[in-house]
Every structure is written in structure tokens, then in C-alpha cells.
Design a protein around this ligand. Structure first.
Ligand SMILES: [Zn+2]
Length: 277
């Protein structure tokens, strides 16, 4: 496993795209270390909806802001329903989903904004967090893309809403795929495989004979699907960066829903335009 791009205070690990070092945008995907939550959420759980102590989740999120800058009051989180709705976030949305999941942006799996200072966040534990940055128009976006969101083309929808909202050209987009379950570990049944094949063809699937008596299983690369969608939209391949870290392979670094049979924390990925003042 590659070393984290950066290790913050208290052993906090984070991965961030190369383009997030230009001073105009801050973006990072946090690992599971450096927080205050206890098992099975140890330790940097940032999800309020997984039965962890909400006070600990708040402390964990504040630790993230300490590393990344900004305030928790400026976070905006999507409800994340495994759909493909993308919402343009404005100043009135500031703080939605920051201190409780109850007021997160309803029905959304993607958020976009061009307002400096607002921090867009995505929670995941195997699903792919995707970060978007339009360097030309100064706009950012996030998406939550598990298999349902991927088959529903949520990343295409982010590109589309950024085009409509900010006049974004896909050729100006930089995109980052964060830590998520990869083809080595992501086994799916034939029903899901059929839906995936319909949208992306067979090249994103490898037949898997790992479960005795159930030959119709496959290993899926969500990352290949997402990359394919982005390139179809006109995002240049060299501007798509993939962190290459499998959440299920590395339990010391990441939460994995699959590996923990659903009882675990959530990793947070965030992006923010830097305020120019
Ligand atoms: Zn793996």
C-alpha cells in the first residue's frame, strides 16, 4: 500500500489530489485514524447515522477542519440515498448536515458550488467518493457513487449540473476518486452484474468463482465505470486521478462496510474553494 500523501496530528491520515495544492482549493479524503470514536467506529468516524455517539462524531469532524482549515459551520452534507440527484448549494445551505444528519440536503448524492468557504462533504465506507474541481470557473463538486449511483451515472449528473450552473467545460475539470472498494474485493451477484453490463459493458467485470456452488458472481470495478462516464463527458483522462486505495484490503486505514458486515464508521471526503480575503 502506498504511503498516505500526508499524515496530520494524532496519526490522522489523509489523501489528497495533486491539484489541491494550488492554494485556491482544499480537498482531502480522510482515513479512519486520529479520531475519538470507540469500536466499531474507531476512530475517525464522521457519520452521524451509524449509531456512534454524536458528540464524538462532532469532535472527529472538527479535527478534520483543524487539518483542512475552515469551520464545521461551513460544511454542507448530502443525505446520500444511492441516487443520482445533484444539488447546487448556495449560502443559505451553509451548515446543512454539519452537526446532525437530519438537516442534510435531502435526496442528494451530489453537491456543487462556486461559493468560496463552503465545504462540500461526502461520507463513504466502500462507495466511491468523487471530488470535482473546475479550475477555470472556480467551482467544485462532490459525488457519492456506490453501485446504484454508478449505474445511475451520478458523476455524469455532476458534470451536467456544473455545466448548467457555472458554465463549466468538462475539459477544465479535475476529478479525484477517493478510497473505495476495488475490483480485488468487490464481489457482486448476477443481478447487479446485469445492470452494470447494460450501462458499461463487460470490461468492468471479471467472473469470480470464489463462492462454491454459485458460479454467477463477478468482481466489479466501480472506478472503471466512473472513469468511463467521465471520459464520455469530455473530462481528459490525464485529469482523472485515482487514489488507488481499496477500503476492504486495508482495515487499519479505512472503514469498509463489506468487510465489517455493515457495522462500522464512515470516512469523509471534503472539498472547498479557498476564500480570497
Ligand atoms: Zn481490495
Amino acid at each position: 500500500m502506498a504511503e498516505p500523501w500526508w499524515e496530520g496530528p494524532g496519526g490522522m491520515e489523509l489523501w489528497f489530489p495533486k491539484w489541491a495544492q494550488n492554494g485556491r482549493v482544499r480537498a482531502a479524503c480522510f482515513g479512519r485514524s486520529g479520531g475519538v470514536s470507540e469500536k466499531p467506529w474507531d476512530s475517525l468516524n464522521t457519520g452521524f447515522h451509524v449509531e456512534d455517539d454524536p458528540a464524538r462524531v462532532t469532535v472527529n469532524r472538527m479535527r478534520c477542519t483543524r487539518v483542512l482549515g475552515g469551520n464545521l459551520e461551513d460544511w454542507v452534507m448530502a443525505q446520500q440515498v444511492h441516487g443520482q440527484q445533484v444539488v447546487r448549494v448556495t449560502a443559505k445551505d451553509r451548515g446543512r448536515g454539519a452537526f446532525t444528519a437530519a438537516d442534510s440536503v435531502p435526496g442528494a448524492d451530489g453537491l456543487v458550488t462556486n461559493i468560496p468557504g463552503l465545504t462540500l462533504g461526502i461520507l463513504a465506507a466502500d462507495c466511491v467518493p468523487v471530488l470535482f474541481y473546475d479550475s477555470h470557473r472556480a467551482a467544485v463538486g462532490v459525488a457519492h457513487s456506490g453501485w446504484k449511483g454508478t449505474v445511475g451515472h451520478v458523476v455524469r449528473e455532476v458534470v451536467s449540473v456544473m455545466k448548467q450552473s457555472f458554465d463549466t467545460r468538462p475539459s477544465d475539470l479535475n476529478v479525484y476518486l477517493g478510497p473505495s472498494i476495488r475490483q480485488c474485493c468487490y464481489e457482486i451477484g448476477s443481478d447487479v452484474a446485469d445492470e452494470v453490463r447494460e450501462e458499461f459493458g463487460s470490461s468492468v467485470l471479471i467472473p469470480s468463482g470464489r463462492i462454491v456452488g454459485t458460479p454467477e458472481h463477478f468482481l466489479l470495478s466501480l472506478q472503471a465505470c466512473i472513469r468511463s462516464d467521465l471520459m464520455d463527458c469530455g473530462v481528459p483522462e490525464e485529469q482523472i486521478e485515482d487514489v488507488g486505495q481499496c477500503t476492504a484490503c486495508h482495515p487499519n486505514h479505512f472503514f469498509s462496510y463489506r468487510r465489517s458486515s455493515g457495522r462500522t464508521g464512515r470516512l469523509v471526503s471534503v472539498i472547498r474553494l479557498v476564500r480570497e480575503d
